[in-house]
Write a protein that binds this ligand. Structure first.
Ligand code: DC
Length: 240
């Protein structure tokens, strides 16, 4: 079974998805960490700039190996990614731990450009579907419910006030709130208006505004949806 959680930056996706996966005992995937990893790889190879040749980013996305590992002392789920430098799961790019590097402002900016590249999207969607082929997953991103897994058992679109989202991200990153808000609005706009897999709620997704809600409240609401779905599908059993 798969729970797809999509929405703009700072809506609480990573925190909620991780907590939900832990509660259900399922695997967790932060697909944004994959786009960030490709962006980091591209910046490193290009000496700080992204390649301009058509197809180069897609080729790179196909070539790199992105893996996830539990942080020391974290016995929770398997494949996962981090919402912030403090997030427990580690992100490995060609075997190197890049969990911190992928959250710099430069990589965030580059990731939103890289995510607009159709070749990159195709490569990462294939990697994500490969992961989902086995086991039970809570996956978060921008297009999990619309493109990667439109048949997901539960689809949630998380939102929150833009200022609330910026405040949360600023606290996570230890950054200035006004700067985070400006950067976030720009990246949200790019994610929403891109031609390929723009950010939007999937048909059938439940939209949940997390402004003013605690993480536990949001997790409980989604867990209730999962329980209802499992109860409605007698053929489903956890771990099958
Ligand atoms: O969730 P995040 O902020 O770490 O994502 C980084 C960038 O990748 C962001 O610009 C949105 C993009 N992204 C995407 O296009 N599709 C996804 N499934 C996940 C992230």
């Amino acid at each position: 079974m798969l729970v797809a959680i999509d929405g703009p930056a700072g809506a609480g996706k990573s925190t909620v998805a991780r907590a939900l996966a832990r509660e259900l005992g399922w695997d967790y995937l932060n697909s944004g960490a994959m786009y960030r990893s490709v962006a980091l790889a591209a910046l490193e190879r290009g000496g700080g700039t992204l390649p301009e040749q058509p197809g180069a980013l897609g080729e790179l996305a196909r070539a790199v190996e992105i893996e996830f590992a539990d942080a020391p002392g974290d016995a929770s789920s398997g494949a996962s990614g981090g919402a912030s430098p403090e997030a427990s799961p580690r992100v490995l790019l060609d075997g190197r731990d890049v969990s911190r590097e992928i959250f710099t402002p430069e990589v965030s900016e580059a990731a939103s450009r890289v995510a607009a590249d159709p070749g990159v999207r195709e490569a990462l969607v294939a990697k994500q579907r490969g992961l989902f082929a086995e086991g039970d997953w809570v996956a978060e991103g921008r297009d999990i419910g619309t493109v990667v897994a439109p048949d997901a058992a539960v689809k949630v679109f998380l939102t929150a006030d833009a200022t609330e989202r910026a405040r949360r991200r600023a606290v996570e990153l230890g950054a200035d709130e006004a700067t985070v808000l400006a950067d976030q609005l720009m990246r949200d706009e790019r994610d929403r208006t891109r031609t390929h897999s723009p950010l939007r709620a999937s048909p059938g997704a439940i939209t949940l505004d997390t402004t003013g809600l605690s993480v536990q409240e949001v997790v409980e609401r989604i867990a209730a949806l999962v329980r209802a779905e499992a109860a409605a599908d007698p053929g489903w059993a956890s771990g099958s």
